[in-house]
Write a protein that binds this ligand. Structure first.
Ligand SMILES: NC(=O)C1=CN([C@@H]2O[C@H](COP(=O)(O)OP(=O)(O)OC[C@H]3O[C@@H](n4cnc5c(N)ncnc54)[C@H](OP(=O)(O)O)[C@@H]3O)[C@@H](O)[C@H]2O)C=CC1
Ligand SMILES: O=C(O)CCC(=O)C(=O)O
Length: 486
């Protein structure tokens, strides 16, 4: 059982060396429902250094045997875990909606994506891992193979509490690593349910470990721990950079996936209904809390007014509320802190002279951390709302005279994660594909929407320039060995 009951409280436990255990700190913290002020979802462990130490040591011990198993055998564990997660979709998605507010439909969709991620990486256990390379010595055989890194530390955010831990853990495991995961505190309970699927699939003790608690404490201990050979992280740029510095100091491998300020360009030949729908879906689903969310909407002057009207008409139909209620399109911000951040950006937008076209207010205040879908216009590219990641349901409209100006503006950002263009002109498409500085470029499709079988990652400040997901994951989670036999 991943929980225990203590004074009528349901307490989620740590998972160390194949067992669900309480922290020796004897401290727990509460996970709160952002849709219902005052409703506690449950409790999780505030772990100690000793807990983390135990997890890292047991991962080190277990990795040796795990790494020696055939890839197909490791894959079988992932397939079993996938089947178990599939049976538990409703339960896992319920925890997700309760902990971070995403609508139940989105939470179920994400959990189904988690199942697909496990199945995809199970298949990786059967695929080629090296090349035969002709040697200059005709009597020799030269080839490459790949070996696991050892123990991988996994630090994950709250916005995709099932998909992100799985798209990091599943490739780590299939390529023979052991893992210690430190999930976001806001969604620790959801993550423990995912780990429980791996436990119930019979994964050998120590191969997977989960330690919950403060990121500032456990996260930093993780990157500095001698038993940790690599770190994979998704979250804020500030924390990502701290981890990178520490990883470089220790000479370990690291992978960071961080922020975005993703643009969508609407050309004067675009299908404006499609563009408006995709801007809303890409910018406001999950309450704008995706690193791939649309944030800057760069519109050609010829279609600006028409596009704006379509966008506003559609935005006005959005229903905000508890993600469990039928009819809710957009849930609350994930926490009080996120709500405050979003409201402070809205204030800054007004102060800096942008025009608030729609929304901008906190709503259902006595119920939860809700904010209206919001759109600004008359913004300039130098305004804070056009430069910084807001991570909320806020769109900024920017008008341009030409497509060259649109592309230049789209690239005028420290980030480069995802970007889209709406156009029917092949020349516009090709310029965008070639010149847009983003890891994910999408034509006539919203900026969000990552496919698990394709590489994912950003340019500039959005990532550590590595890619995760798809086959690209093998580059991070393994080391290449070149073998020469004579
Ligand atoms: N790229 C993305 O998908 C995401 C981007 N963000 C951006 O970051 C902003 C802040 O969100 P927030 O949740 O605070 O993001 P953080 O980067 O603080 O948190 C992400 C993960 O890192 C952990 N963490 C926190 N501090 C440290 C540390 N010093 N060392 C190691 N790990 C640490 C967190 O643990 P704990 O939860 O215990 O603090 C969590 O597991 C958002 O508004 C958004 O702009 C946030 C989440 C995802
Ligand atoms: O767009 C997506 O599906 C994934 C987004 C993501 O990776 C993130 O927000 O961290």
């Amino acid at each position: 059982m991943n929980t225990m009951t203590e004074s009528k409280k349901t307490v989620t436990l740590n998972y160390i060396n194949g067992e669900w255990v309480a922290s020796d700190s004897e401290q727990t913290a509460v996970s709160k429902n952002p849709a219902k002020i005052g409703e506690d979802v449950g409790y999780y462990q505030i772990s100690s250094s000793n807990d983390f130490d135990q997890a890292a040591i047991s991962a080190r011990k277990a990795q040796k045997a795990w790494g020696k198993l055939a890839g197909s055998v490791r894959g079988d564990y992932l397939l079993k875990a996938a089947a178990i997660l599939e049976e538990r979709i409703e339960d896992v998605a319920t925890a997700m909606t309760q902990e971070m507010g995403k609508t139940f439909a989105e939470a179920k969709g994400e959990t189904a994506r988690g199942v697909a991620i496990l199945r995809y990486y199970a298949g990786e256990g059967m695929r080629a891992i090296g090349d035969v390379i002709p040697s200059s010595d005709s009597d020799a055989l030269m080839f490459t193979t790949r070996v696991p890194l050892g123990v991988v530390g996994v630090i994950t955010p709250w916005n995709f509490p099932v998909a992100i831990p799985l798209w990091k853990m599943a490739p780590a495991l299939i390529y023979g690593n052991a893992v210690v995961v430190k999930p976001a505190s806001d969604t620790a309970i959801t993550c423990s349910k995912v780990i429980n699927c791996l436990h119930d699939a019979g994964i050998p003790a120590g191969v997977v470990n989960m330690v919950t608690g403060s990121g500032a404490k456990i996260g930093m201990e993780m990157v500095n721990h001698p038993e940790i050979d690599a770190i994979t992280f998704t979250g804020s740029n500030t924390v990502g950079k701290q981890l990178a510095h520490a990883a470089v100091d220790r000479g370990i491998k690291y992978q960071l996936e961080m922020g975005g300020k993703n643009p969508v360009i609407v050309a004067n030949d675009a299908d404006l209904d499609l563009a408006a729908d995709a801007t809303i879906s890409g910018g406001l689903k999950s309450t704008g809390q995706k690193c791939t969310a649309t944030s800057r909407v760069i519109v050609h002057k010829d279609v600006y007014e028409e596009f704006k009207e379509k966008l506003l008409t559609k935005m006005k139909t959005i229903t905000v509320g508890d993600g469990f209620e039928t009819g809710t399109w957009m849930g609350p911000c994930a926490s009080e802190g996120q709500l405050e951040t979003v409201l402070s950006y809205i204030e800054k937008g007004k102060q800096e002279g942008a025009k608030l076209l729609y929304g901008g207010n906190q709503v259902l205040k006595d119920q939860g951390y809700y904010v209206e879908p919001t759109v600004f216009e008359n913004a300039t590219p130098s305004m804070t709302i056009a430069r910084e990641e807001i991570f909320g349901p806020v769109l900024v409209l920017l008008k341009v005279e030409t497509m060259e100006e649109a592309l230049e503006m789209a690239n005028d950002s420290e980030y480069g994660l995802s970007a889209s263009i709406f156009t029917t002109n092949i020349g516009n498409m090709l310029s965008f594909i070639n010149e847009m500085d983003a890891g994910l470029v999408r034509i006539n499709a919203e900026s969000a929407g990552v496919e698990l079988q394709a590489p994912f990652g950003g340019m500039k400040q959005s990532s550590s320039h590595s890619r995760e997901q798809g086959r690209a994951a093998i580059e991070f989670f393994t080391s290449i060995k070149t073998v020469f036999v004579k």
